[in-house]
Design a protein around this ligand. Structure first.
Ligand code: GLU
Length: 473
């Protein structure tokens, strides 16, 4: 049974690297009907930010990365907030001391200047010295005793990695306040919570031997390691909050849909074998495989994310999109009688963000003061004479259409009919009408839909304006 865990520290906003870790853990678990656990790693009280816990819960809820065990949900291995598990760790640390794999350290926290690694002073204390210091309640930490040698381990993404213990410090396992460090707690918790796959950023690769030595000391199995590639921003730097790279919350504020963000970040390190790009979360669960995670750094490309957002907007059910777009539509279109549902349908497949709507529909309230050259379009095979012919011939026909029959289908049919009788191509007939109605080089719908949307009176008025512009040439 696969069990993965997302183990965030509540230190602020959810940044994209963390969210990707959560997503990959979720996908690995769900892809094999496993269990996805949430564990809050808050043992570093100095870095603790009050609201950050809610940000974690909200993000997982909004993105649909629902955890099976964790705070608020429970499970057999809790509590799932590390500070509430504080008492779990000391007995394990003492077991290591007994086994000679760890030692009490009474040195002050401040290391002598210029010294990189702890000098192991306290590893050489004799038992009497230790006992008397403990008896007088001298503050202490507990450090792991790193043996000489090398550790080789296999990572599912990065392959075989060997690290010389020379490079590793006797890390602190228990701090002077009795709290475990991350380095200790992650091992104890991953084992006692029966985590099978540990998924985290590649910055943890070099620490892994320390953890493996701990697993070995206890005689526990090492989990499967899945380290995820670095994420770079558009400047090629490591993605980071400090550099101002967007957090999940900021991406939402910019108008990204959670499902688009999830779809996009799945590709930051993973690739779909069939080159498909659009995925729902459920589809990602189906398609995901650890073997398709790449170790090369992945580039966070905001343009690609924006494109992905457009793809997700396009596929929203019409009424869901309408509800989402309505406030923006209401503030962008004030003309009475305009059917905002129609406008919503027209723009849905033409935007990357809901905030793009006003620019697309500004012509509804007010015809822009456009240049007459807009009627002349090589691709549409129109020139000024053709445009004038199209508009002048359609006006009386449109005039004869009653308000009851004023709809897209009828208008389209009569316009095409009229074009035929003049031996004009469809584009030659329709482009001038579309231009006269929108006054823009592009519009969210074609000529007859524009006429239907704006109504008979406004249509005829705008066509007259077009004719006057063409005649003034
Ligand atoms: N609390 C660690 C972090 O937020 C978790 C790392 C891990 O997944 O082991 O980076």
């Amino acid at each position: 049974m696969v069990r993965t865990r997302f183990a965030p520290s509540p230190t602020g906003n959810m940044h994209i690297g963390n969210l990707r870790t959560a997503l990959f853990e979720y996908l690995i678990a769900k892809n094999s009907n496993g269990t996805f656990v949430l564990r809050i790693e808050d043992t570093d009280q100095n870095r603790y930010v009050e609201s950050a816990m809610d940000i974690i819960f909200d993000t997982l809820r909004i993105t649909g990365l629902n955890y099976d065990e964790g705070p608020g949900v429970g499970g057999n291995y809790g509590p799932y907030i590390q500070s509430e598990r504080k008492d779990h760790y000391m007995p394990y640390a003492k077991e290591l001391i007994e086994k000679g794999k760890a030692y009490y350290c009474f040195c002050s926290k401040d290391m002598p200047e210029g010294q990189q690694k702890y000098n192991r002073h306290c590893a050489n204390l004799n038992q009497n010295e230790i006992d008397s210091k403990l008896a007088t309640s001298e503050p202490f930490v507990i450090r792991q005793l790193i043996p000489e040698g090398k550790t080789t381990f296999c990572d599912e993404v990065f392959g075989s990695i060997t690290i010389d213990h020379e490079e590793i410090e006797d890390q602190i396992l228990i701090k002077s306040d009795g709290m475990p460090t991350y380095n200790f707690a992650n091992v104890i918790d991953d084992h006692t919570m029966a985590i099978t796959h540990v998924v985290r950023g590649s910055e943890y690769l070099t620490s892994t031997p320390k953890y493996n030595l701990l697993y070995e000391s206890f005689g526990w199995d090492v989990p499967v390691y899945v380290h995820l590639p670095l994420m770079l921003n558009e400047q090629g730097e490591k993605l980071s909050k400090r550099r101002g790279d967007a957090s999940f919350q900021e991406l939402l504020d910019q108008g990204h849909l959670p499902e688009a963000v999830i779809n996009y970040i799945a590709f930051l390190g993973w690739s779909s074998p069939d080159n498909r790009e659009y995925f729902t979360l459920a589809e990602l669960v189906e398609a995901f495989a650890i073997k398709n995670i790449s170790k090369s750094p992945s580039l966070f490309d905001s343009k690609k994310l924006a494109w992905m957002n457009g793809e997700h907007i396009k596929r929203l059910p019409e009424d869901v999109f309408y509800d989402m777009a309505l406030p923006v539509l209401q503030s962008a279109v004030h003309t009475p009688g305009i059917n905002l549902k129609d406008v919503s349908k027209m723009v849905q497949s033409r935007i990357l963000f809901v905030k793009d709507i006003p620019e697309l529909v500004d012509f509804i309230d007010k015809l822009p003061n456009y240049d007459v050259d807009l009627f002349i379009n090589k691709k549409m095979k129109t020139d000024a004479a053709i445009a004038l012919q199209s508009l002048e011939s359609i006006i009386p026909i449109f005039n004869d259409i009653s308000i009851e029959n004023w709809n897209n289908r009828t208008l389209y049919e009569v316009a095409i009919e009229c074009g035929k009788s003049l031996s004009l191509k469809n584009s030659q007939m329709l482009w001038p009408i579309r231009t006269a109605l929108s006054g823009k080089p592009s519009s969210p719908c074609g000529a007859s839909e524009l006429c239907a949307l704006l109504g008979k009176e406004e249509t005829l008025k705008r066509m007259d304006i077009g004719i006057n512009k063409l005649k003034a040439l």
